[in-house]
Design a protein around this ligand. Structure first.
Ligand code: FAD
Length: 384
């Protein structure tokens, strides 16, 4: 029976919950909103299935990175909506078109909480586009849905963080993996949903609206690589209006805390997947340090191929991508998480404690004050 004694040894994938035949596993929240599994011993039949699917209790196999490419999706609109070079969309589109498969990935639900869904139509792929810098939840039904697809011999492309891909593979079992293709994002850590929920609520209160989208990587000409969110207003006469707002990591406490890595889940600071060998078929991320001939202004994808299945995915997607060959070192030099986990020393419990005690409005106020002080000092030529 699963028993989490050390928070570093749980990524919150909840494969254990999905595997439990008696529904004995439920979620509990710690004081900072991080979710962990707990077993209702009155329902547990000690079958050990939860231990079998736990990535911290099994040996995970890793592969060397075999080939590395820089890539940009040819469709301009798709590129603009993607966080990096749009490699994911090219991989997903060709997977549906050429292999008649289904794609699983992360979208915002109606409450703006990231969650994994199944997509089998090209017209729905846009829902998975863009990075959501929050921990995505995978409901037990989604694990089971993947299992059913594979049983019915439907090819599955599953995309997510490395721990989510590894968890899914454990859940499905190695012998059932022949039609499962995994694409992981390079990940420097995730923030749990309650912290995000408060931030979104703060924005909704501020604008008296409903937030319906949040893109962390806006690529509009004037405000390149800021964040953009969409607010929906319902007027008294029933008409619905939408307005776009923009923010930056130096104006948004949430975005800043994500990038500075202050409040990730505990396990992220000792992530077993943050290394040069990888467990998925293919890895995608930002190619920040790219020095080749592809245009650099709207984001470039780094594509790391590990397995034969990864190579097949890449070959299928190639006609939708402009690519140039590269090497692991070029990607890793600006991507620490290909070598080691995010530095634990950057974790800041004071931030979490302040948030718990005073809430989002206080966090934003404090942050803005610091920002304006820094802004004025910068203007005066005193760098802080
Ligand atoms: C939490 C997080 C941290 C990241 N950290 C880094 C990093 O340190 N270095 C780096 O190079 N790249 C990082 N990335 C990856 C990067 O931001 C892009 O997601 C990646 O390059 C794919 O971009 P794209 O243009 O190909 O496709 P996009 O359309 O932008 O990406 C869509 C893909 O991202 C997945 N996805 C989006 N949000 C989530 C989520 N919350 N959880 C799981 N999967 C999600 C979708 O399922 C889909 O596969 C991170 C992504 C996330 C979600």
């Amino acid at each position: 029976m699963i028993n989490i004694l050390n928070k570093e040894k749980c990524c919150g994938c909840f494969a254990c919950e999905a595997a439990c035949p008696t529904k004995a596993i439920y979620k509990i929240e710690d004081e900072y909103g991080n979710l962990f599994p707990r077993v209702d011993t009155s329902k547990c039949i000690d079958c050990g299935k939860c231990n079998k699917v736990c990535i911290y209790e099994q040996n995970i196999s890793f592969s060397n990175v075999d080939q590395v490419y820089a890539g940009i999706v040819k469709n301009r609109d798709t590129h603009m909506k993607s966080a990096s070079g749009g490699a994911f969309s090219a991989l997903a589109e060709s997977f549906i078109n050429r292999l008649h498969g289904v794609v699983y990935g992360c979208t915002y639900n109606s409450e703006m909480m990231p969650t994994h869904i199944r997509v089998n139509a090209l017209g729905e792929l846009h829902r998975l586009q863009g990075s959501k810098y929050i921990k995505s939840s995978i409901q037990p039904e989604v694990f089971c849905c993947v299992q059913n697809d594979l049983k019915n011999r439907v090819p599955v492309l599953f995309s997510g963080t490395p721990c989510q891909c590894a968890a899914l593979k454990q859940f499905v079992g190695e012998k059932n993996c022949d039609l499962l293709y995994t694409v992981e994002v390079i990940c420097h850590g995730v923030i749990e949903q309650p912290y995000w929920r408060d931030y979104i609520q703060l924005l909704q209160t501020k604008h008296n609206c409903t937030i319906t989208d949040f893109s962390f990587r806006n690529k509009d000409k004037k405000r390149s690589f800021t964040a953009r969110y969409t607010a929906r207003y319902t007027l008294k006469n029933g008409t619905v209006k939408e307005k776009r707002y923009y923010t930056t990591p130096s104006l948004s406490y949430y975005y800043n805390h994500f990038l500075s890595g202050k409040i990730f889940r505990e396990n992220c600071y000792s992530c077993m997947f943050a290394k040069s060998v990888r467990q998925s078929d293919l890895t995608i991320g930002d190619f920040w340090g790219y020095e080749g001939s592809l245009p650099k202004d709207k984001g470039i994808s780094a594509i790391l191929i590990q397995t034969v299945k990864g190579k097949k995915l890449f070959d299928l997607a190639c006609e939708l991508l402009d690519v140039s060959k590269s090497n692991f070192e070029s990607v890793a030099k600006t991507n620490e998480q290909l070598k080691q986990p995010f530095d634990k020393n950057k974790m800041d419990y004071d931030v979490l404690t302040e948030w718990k005690m005073y809430g989002a409005e206080y966090m934003q106020k404090q942050f803005s004050q610091k920002h304006w002080k820094a802004f004025i000092l910068r203007k005066l030529g005193v760098y802080v």
